[in-house]
Design a binder for this molecule. Structure first.
Ligand SMILES: NC(=O)C1=CN([C@@H]2O[C@H](COP(=O)(O)OP(=O)(O)OC[C@H]3O[C@@H](n4cnc5c(N)ncnc54)[C@H](OP(=O)(O)O)[C@@H]3O)[C@@H](O)[C@H]2O)C=CC1
Ligand SMILES: O=C(O)CCC(=O)C(=O)O
Length: 452
């Protein structure tokens, strides 16, 4: 419960954000959460009010949107819409992923870019925040069509990015295949072999462990949260949503640490395997999703003891830990109630903003350990930062070295959340901790750089 003065500040601020950014519900949601966390801190430190930091932080430095024409395999012209939201460059070049999914809007990219600014601030690496992508749907497209689309996308995007300007990476619908095509086209257009994308193939400058980093990092963060209660992942039952990059590698790390993953999902439904998804089963899922680009339902063809639940989410199963790793707002208040009633004690967001505000409030109310995405999934962008470092130095670190650095970064983010998120009753509000810590880093850089 906020004081009357703080609540008034939040309400006034949000009504202005909504007035200036109409019809952008995801962006409003992301800003509201941050403002609620930082408002008391800002009111105690009026320098941030004088410099209008929050007003500037919620206005993107630049938004570009553009046409992407390309020819499909039938020779027909297709037209998609492209975006890049360059939100904040006060602590480094813009940095953040590209999403290819038919559901994207400017609101989605603004929320993702805003989250990215604070997340990147938490990593302690010099990266500003951006996000972008297209309403292109890679599902059902041939490799050749994906390549032609990526080439057209980069033909416009290349004007706005660069290794000292803006360094995109992957997100939903964008993995190693797409980054390879985009890197190739950028090199061809500019005649420069530079680290303008991260998540590249290891043969041409990609960091070892970048594909694994978001999922592994989310599990390292979960482990840190459990450590505060003298607990661990070993022996725990874990429900995971999604079956893409983040979900696959979160599953891999949970298995390695002795936990039992019982669910994975995609946008069509979820699978439940009461015996647990072991390494061999996970390899089969990787083949289905990355090799055939198939559906998670195909898992039960190979493992008939498991069950498939079409059009449902996995949050009704009994578990100790939940890792939502698919997309925004996939876990609502009703799902949170189910998880709490079934004894779930820890939730860490592998995806960006997968839990609705109602769900987050319930987790806090019931003292469920809850990690927001900007802290828990920061391992991906942090390892992208490590890829940028390796590219600048023209060297390649071993997998072990990158993993050590990733672990340390996740531990440091956890400590920062504890520092700023400790409540009077001793519990840790990781949302508050992450938001205040990310805010301070970016805000102080903005003040130092003047009114820009
Ligand atoms: N990749 C990275 O390094 C990082 C990713 N993230 C976040 O993690 C999340 C997952 O990204 P990533 O694993 O890379 O993406 P992928 O494209 O590899 O996988 C996405 C997964 O989520 C499912 N999904 C997508 N949209 C929906 C939807 N509307 N409803 C239900 N399921 C959906 C997909 O199912 P289907 O196959 O049916 O589409 C797929 O299983 C995103 O929120 C992303 O922003 C955060 C930090 C870094
Ligand atoms: O690696 C990156 O630059 C971006 C990762 C990303 O998109 C995210 O953290 O949401």
């Amino acid at each position: 419960m906020q004081s009357e003065k703080v609540q008034k500040y939040i309400d006034n601020f949000m009504s202005e954000v909504i007035r200036k950014n109409p019809h952008e519900p995801e962006f409003h949601q992301a800003v509201q959460e941050v403002v609620e966390s930082v408002a008391p801190y800002i009111l105690e430190n009026p320098i941030y009010i004088k410099h209008k930091i929050l007003e500037r932080m919620t206005e993107p430095e630049r938004v570009v949107s553009f046409r992407i024409p390309w020819l499909d395999d039938q020779g027909e012209i297709q037209i998609n819409k492209g975006y890049r939201v360059q939100m904040n460059s006060s602590i480094g070049p813009y940095k953040g992923g590209l999403r290819f999914h038919p559901s994207v809007t400017q609101s989605v990219f603004k929320f993702l870019a805003f989250e990215q600014v604070l997340k990147n601030g938490l990593t302690s690496l010099p990266m500003g925040g951006a996000k972008g992508g297209s309403d292109f749907n890679p599902k059902g497209k041939t490799d050749f069509e994906v390549m032609k689309f990526c080439q057209s996308f980069v033909t416009e995007l290349q004007r706005h990015v660069g290794s000292f300007t803006d360094v995109p990476a992957g997100d939903i619908g964008v993995g190693g295949r797409e980054i390879g095509y985009m890197f190739g086209q950028y090199k061809r257009l500019t005649n420069r072999f530079v680290g303008v994308f991260t998540g590249k193939g290891a043969e041409f400058g990609g960091s070892l462990l970048r594909p694994e980093a978001t999922g592994y990092g989310a599990v390292y963060f979960t482990q840190e949260m459990l450590n505060t209660q003298d607990d661990s992942i070993k022996g725990k039952t874990v429900a995971i949503s999604g079956s893409g990059n983040v979900a696959q590698f979160a599953t891999e790390k949970v298995i390695e640490l002795g936990g039992k993953v019982v669910t994975l999902s995609d946008s069509s439904g979820y699978i439940y395997d009461s015996e647990g998804i072991d390494t061999a089963k996970l390899e089969h899922i990787k083949l289905i999703k990355n090799g055939y680009r198939g559906r998670i339902s195909q898992y039960v063809d190979e493992y008939p003891n498991a069950t498939y639940h079409p059009q449902e989410k996995p949050w009704g199963v009994k578990c100790d830990i939940a890792l939502p790793c698919a997309t925004q707002n996939e876990l609502n208040g009703d799902s949170a109630k189910l998880l709490i009633d079934n004894g779930c004690k820890c939730v860490a967001e592998g995806a960006n903003m997968p839990c609705t505000p109602e769900a987050v409030n319930l987790f806090h109310e019931h003292k469920v350990l809850f990690a927001p995405g900007k802290a828990a999934n920061a391992g991906g962008v942090a390892t992208s930062g490590l890829e940028m470092t390796q590219n600048s130095m023209r060297i390649s670190w071993t997998r072990e070295k990158v993993d050590d650095k990733l672990k340390t970064i996740m531990q440091n983010i956890h400590s920062s959340c504890v520092k700023h998120g400790r409540e009077p009753d001793g519990s840790i509000n990781y949302v508050k901790g992450a938001n205040i810590c990310g805010f301070i880093k970016v805000a102080n850089a903005m003040i130092t750089q003047g009114v820009v």
